[in-house]
Write a protein that binds this ligand. Structure first.
Ligand code: SF4
Ligand code: SF4
Length: 450
């Protein structure tokens, strides 16, 4: 029987591109590489204008613990270094590289066995953490948390490794394609992580709308004891860490705690494959699979895209339907993705999808917003919150009550807003109130500590 969690919602999947084989996109003439593509501090840029770079060469190094190195995806010349706005509106130091079209590889790249002179099965958590940090690997499911921090903090603390292959957001099929085209990489990546954490294996968790992937991953894992493929019921937000842990292990992750606190560590499917490449070949994270879809796209599909490629290049490659007007470009899925201010932003390590939407089917902004106390949002909330009160108090800027109703436990999945017949923008209110509530809690705890 397929595993699942309580509450959540069933969405129209729109997995239009699940059968679209990945196609490699030619690197554009100019690539824009931000020095922060992860949760944490920006990295230190170590190249200057007019420097020549090779493909895979480190151009930014992580000085702080919460960071991951950044590399050039092509060979060429550093055209300029400037501060450009990212999707959050923050100006980030960005290295603009002029591609020479040669793809000359960096000569320093080498796999674990060549560098350390021993078998991969002997890898330690410290060695893996170092390799992953140097390879610039961050969570590729969207959150972009530096992966080496996860590995270090899991060492000696966890009993369960879970590879998150749920891909529960509508439209996105990038991980699905990876699972079907390179299942052995995901299995190998899990084997490497398990060796480093001194565990016998782990679980690859896949939603039951990807039966072909379940079959191929099971075949790839067939020869490896300790690795199992778990089938999850297709439901949103199954890919959220809390729901995944609940479905796979039955454990409940309390608010404010990390997966390692309940003995689990979770890696996204693409992150796991990137770990495999970094350890076996020494390949840093310089490209990723991106799903391009949405009702405005002429030829949707899945593309292997160099990091730093402007969104505009993908729009031109796929074509925009003449009869449609793009009203919104979303990076990620429609539920938790981020609307992009313009099409000049580059693809970064966490860009799983780009959706070009006309928004013709959206509820009109002019519709009145009124809570009719139907309780649907409460029934949908996977975190067992009372979204209607969170919305009410957030709107009133009553932060004491916002905190009392558990705003910091909200995972911003949007299930409440999706089911609301009263057109209440619940998650939008929550997103505005949450940083303020968190700041108040932080100030309170520092005062208590004095
Ligand atoms: S779903 Fe909407 S209308 Fe129903 S209780 Fe929640 S906020 Fe109110
Ligand atoms: S309150 Fe938060 S966690 Fe609950 S459904 Fe709404 S967005 Fe999701």
């Amino acid at each position: 029987m397929a595993l699942t969690f309580k509450k959540g919602i069933h969405l129209n999947e729109h997995k239009n591109t699940s059968g679209c084989h990945t196609v490699r996109i030619a690197a554009p003439e100019f690539l824009y590489i931000p020095m922060r593509q992860h949760i944490g501090a920006p990295v230190t840029c170590i190249v200057k204008e007019k420097d020549t770079v090779t493909r895979g060469q480190t151009i930014g190094t992580a000085d702080k613990a919460l960071g991951a190195d950044v590399h050039s995806p092509v060979s060429g010349t550093v055209e300029r270094i400037e501060y450009l706005a990212d999707a959050s509106g923050t100006r980030i130091q960005t290295v603009v590289i002029k591609n020479d079209g040669m793809m000359t590889p960096c000569p320093d790249l080498a796999g674990y066995e060549e560098i350390y002179g021993k078998s991969i099965s002997e890898i330690t958590a410290q060695e893996l953490s170092h390799i992953v940090r140097k390879a610039g690997i961050t969570g590729m499911g969207g959150a972009s948390f530096p992966t080496h921090v996860k590995i270090s903090s899991a060492a000696g603390r966890v009993s369960d490794i879970i590879i998150n292959c749920a891909e529960c957001e509508p439209y996105i099929t990038a991980d699905h394609r990876l699972m079907t085209e390179a299942p052995e990489k995901i299995v190998k990546g899990l084997e490497i992580i398990a060796s480093a954490l001194s565990l016998s294996g782990g679980t690859i968790a896949v939603e039951d709308n990807k039966r072909d992937a379940v079959k191929l991953l099971s075949e790839a894992a067939g020869q490896t004891p300790g690795i199992k493929v778990a089938v999850l019921r297709t439901k949103y937000p199954q890919g959220d860490e809390r729901q995944l842990i609940r479905a796979v292990t039955g454990r409940r992750l309390p608010a404010g705690k990390l997966p390692a606190d309940v003995g689990c560590v979770i890696f996204n499917a693409a992150t796991c494959a990137a770990i495999c490449d970094a350890v076996t070949l020494g390949t840093p994270l310089t490209e990723r699979i991106v799903t391009v879809d949405g009702d405005c796209v002429e030829n949707p599909g899945n593309f292997i895209v160099p990091i730093g490629t402007p969104i505009r290049v993908l729009a031109e490659h796929c074509g925009i339907k003449k009869e449609k007007t793009v009203k919104k470009i979303i990076s990620g899925g429609p539920m938790m993705g981020t609307a992009q201010y313009n099409a000049d932003y580059p693809v970064v390590k966490g860009t799983s999808a780009l959706l070009f939407m006309s928004c013709e089917d959206d509820r009109p902004d002019s519709l009145p917003s009124l809570c009719i106390r139907c309780g649907r949002c409460v029934n949908a909330c996977p975190m067992n919150l009372m979204p209607l009160y969170l919305a009410l108090y957030s709107k009133a800027e009553d932060y004491d009550n916002v905190i009392r109703y558990g705003v910091t436990s909200c995972i911003e999945c949007g299930c409440c807003t999706y089911v609301c017949p009263g057109n209440v923008p619940i998650v939008q209110y929550i997103r505005i109130a949450k940083p303020r509530a968190s700041a108040i809690l932080k100030a309170r705890s520092s005062q208590e500590g004095k």
